[in-house]
Design a protein around this ligand. Structure first.
Ligand SMILES: Nc1ncnc2c1ncn2[C@@H]1O[C@H](COP(=O)(O)OP(=O)(O)O)[C@@H](O)[C@H]1O
Ligand SMILES: [Mg+2]
Length: 322
């Protein structure tokens, strides 16, 4: 393992059983279907793709919120995919999952102080005074005054609740944070504030982010690298610049063509994507994108393409990509 490799995922699968009304298993839904990638310390890796392609399931499986069907997840040098929750707890403290609105999960009956102390009481041996020091440090880092510690969630704004939710995640000093659609549903101006906060926190605490989003413009702004998912697989991965300037996979090309460009012609002449992806219960043979791909050839029905490392800083799972 190289010195700054922090997360190494190998052939990860998460399948859900599909049952009939008698609860008999009649099939399986391949939400995550053979995903491999590696992340370096301090990196921001974007994970993009249409709704239902498996982004959240990937995040939750890495976290152990969902148990992996198979595969390996090496986090800070330890394989955590096969561990039971009580065995993996001490590793997973440093791996945190942040829901779309982390403020929504605050307990309305607890002061902000109690909410921020609680993870430290549950997961660490810190005494009260040490906890209070840590809580104040993190509160400052998310841009809130210490006077907020004695307030209840209903006494602060939604934006401030979001910051407290984020602070709660950071009290455990994670090294990797999985941000799941962290800016969706926000006004553009608030989005910018929250994105800047994420970037400030990343620098202040040396964090690594997996940045899950379907908003490609946001991903382009903040991510160092981008992984594009389609039906449970990564179909293209690479440096942000390469993915946006020279997308190799027809699916990536069509996603980029769908980004609205205000006040100017489209930069690409790529086709736009039509229809819905096939069901992850009944995947096409060969390449899973071929049923929507304008470039599909007969060979695409026969071979399931792996990621090809054929371009500098970029890999694509397409037999025909050049
Ligand atoms: N707990 C679950 N049980 C069964 N199917 C699920 C479950 N969670 C997600 N799925 C299915 O897995 C696929 C991927 O879902 P999800 O990971 O939420 O996608 P995304 O976050 O990219 O929108 C979808 O087809 C979804 O219906
Ligand atoms: Mg999701």
């Amino acid at each position: 393992m190289s010195a700054d490799l922090i997360l190494d995922v190998d052939d990860l699968h998460k399948h859900f059983a599909v049952r009939d009304v008698w609860k008999r298993k009649v099939g399986s839904l391949r939400a995550v279907d053979g995903v491999s990638f590696a992340v370096n310390r301090g990196e921001i890796l974007g994970i993009v793709g249409e709704s239902g392609c498996g982004k959240s399931t990937l995040g939750k499986t890495l976290m152990g919120i969902q148990q992996a069907t198979s595969g390996r997840v090496v986090f800070e040098g330890n394989d955590i995919a096969g561990l039971k929750p009580h065995q993996s707890r001490r590793y997973r403290q440093h791996l945190q999952y942040c829901y779309q609105d982390p403020g929504a999960s605050l307990d309305p009956r607890w002061t902000i102080r109690s909410s921020l102390h609680e993870p430290l009481v549950v997961h660490t041996e810190l005494g009260e005074a040490e906890r209070e020091t840590r809580v104040r440090e993190i509160l400052r880092a998310v841009g809130l005054p210490e006077t907020h510690l004695d307030l209840y969630p209903h006494e602060i704004s939604g934006g401030q609740q979001r910051r407290v939710g984020l602070a709660r995640i950071l009290t455990l000093k994670p090294s990797v944070v999985i941000l799941d659609e962290p800016t969706s549903g926000l006004d553009v101006s608030v989005q910018a504030t929250i994105l800047n906060l994420f970037l400030d926190l990343q620098r202040a605490f040396g964090l690594t982010y997996l940045f899950i989003s379907h908003d490609l413009s946001v991903v382009r702004l903040v991510c160092h690298r981008v992984a594009v998912m389609y039906l449970g697989r990564i179909v293209e991965i690479g440096d942000t610049e390469a993915i946006f300037e020279t997308p190799r996979h027809p699916y990536t090309q069509s996603l980029l063509a769908a980004i609205p460009r205000i006040g100017g012609p489209r930069v690409t002449d790529h086709f736009s994507l039509e229809g819905e992806p096939p069901s992850p219960i009944n995947l096409p043979t060969g390449c899973r994108f071929r049923t929507r791909c304008p470039k599909a050839a007969p060979v695409c029905a026969e071979q399931d393409p792996a990621l090809r490392p054929d371009w500098p800083g970029q890999q694509a799972a397409c037999l025909l990509a050049t």
